[in-house]
Design a protein around this ligand. Sequence first.
Ligand SMILES: C[S@@+](CC[C@H](N)C(=O)[O-])C[C@H]1O[C@@H](n2cnc3c(N)ncnc32)[C@H](O)[C@@H]1O
Length: 400
Amino acid sequence: MISSDFHHARPALPAPSAEELAHSERLRALICADIRAHGSIPFWHYMELALYAPGLGYYSAGKTKFGASGDFVTAPELGDLYARSMARAVSNVLRAATDSSFLEVGGGSGKFAAAALAEWEQLGCLPRQYRILDRSAELRERQRASIAARVPHLLHRVQWLDTPPEQGWRGVLFANEVIDALPAHRFVMRDGEVREIHVALDDQDRFCLVEREADTMLIAATRHVAGDLDAAIADGYRSEILPQLPYWIDAICGTVEAGLVVFVDYGYPRHEYYHPDRRDGTLSCHYHHRAHDDALLWPGLQDITAWVDFTALAEAGTHARWPLAGFTSQAQFLLATGLLDLVQVEQLSLDDIGRYALAQEVKRLTLPGEMGERFKVMCFARGIDAVPPAFTAYDQSRRL
Ligand SMILES: C[S@@+](CC[C@H](N)C(=O)[O-])C[C@H]1O[C@@H](n2cnc3c(N)ncnc32)[C@H](O)[C@@H]1O
């Protein structure tokens, strides 16, 4: 996800319309009722409601979200290059498995699915099924429309799931920018103890952040992280953590018998994520292409994300019996898939404007100041003859 302005201080934000504010107010009322019933709610629960409350949350309701008229841009939204490169990278794995499936977790606007299906059709290695597991019913409809517009004759291969598959299957599981959207626990260290950040109401009924006793899962997860760091976590240090990540990974990958599991997201290895200088965590909100860190603002109108601790993801994968196969930056991954060859061929059929747009897309996907270094590609593999080389080239697993 990129916003044109990627800073944590609150930039000037365009005011929401009256209709948008009314929508946000309905969600606020729902969250307030929850807080009044419990005194305060853990931050992760606030994030869960702000993003996924049925019919009201940012992902569950009708906001545009993706692209120029939305709040942020993801790699598949920039054009076809990202999806085509990923489709090429996994093509041999799909070819090798008879009855292969591709499962996309968090399908967004459906642009990735449409472009990947078109690419596999060209390459002659369409998976038997393309499955999409997404929490948002509203996005499912958009996904269906994107696929129907681009590859209508392949729509019959696409299946939407409410829960991870229960039967064993082979192929590729893929998630782009989904882990950053999982509700994150926020913690703070006080006198050597882990405290949990909650959302409460102040005396004027406004949301505010307060510190409360942490639950045992959060304490155990934070202690595990702390044990891995070079220095003790300083008093007053605040950050995010996903104690539920191992269970979530186990749930989505549990029935994949053989193949690849690929996650792409922005984040760091643990030592960088919990660097002593990052005293206020990684939480980032996206609203009309501005990034800031006020998660309590306009619930339902803005995206809320936390960066990914890739060491935690590697641990969760291996805990679910998926050996880590590769960890690299998005730029290195895309270049290793042959991105530049793809671009060279593509350019032949374009006019000057098209070539310029393609060059811009390459830059945004690969330059270090854009998505190239901030985004990482983590791949797990089991039961296949060979891991596609793009996932193992320039491997940085030793940094985890
Ligand atoms: C930031 S968007 C990324 C969408 C798309 N992958 C892309 O890159 O454009 C996050 C997506 O993950 C979905 N999502 C969030 N949590 C999920 C979960 N636990 N299971 C399945 N989908 C989820 C959201 O509904 C949304 O489609």
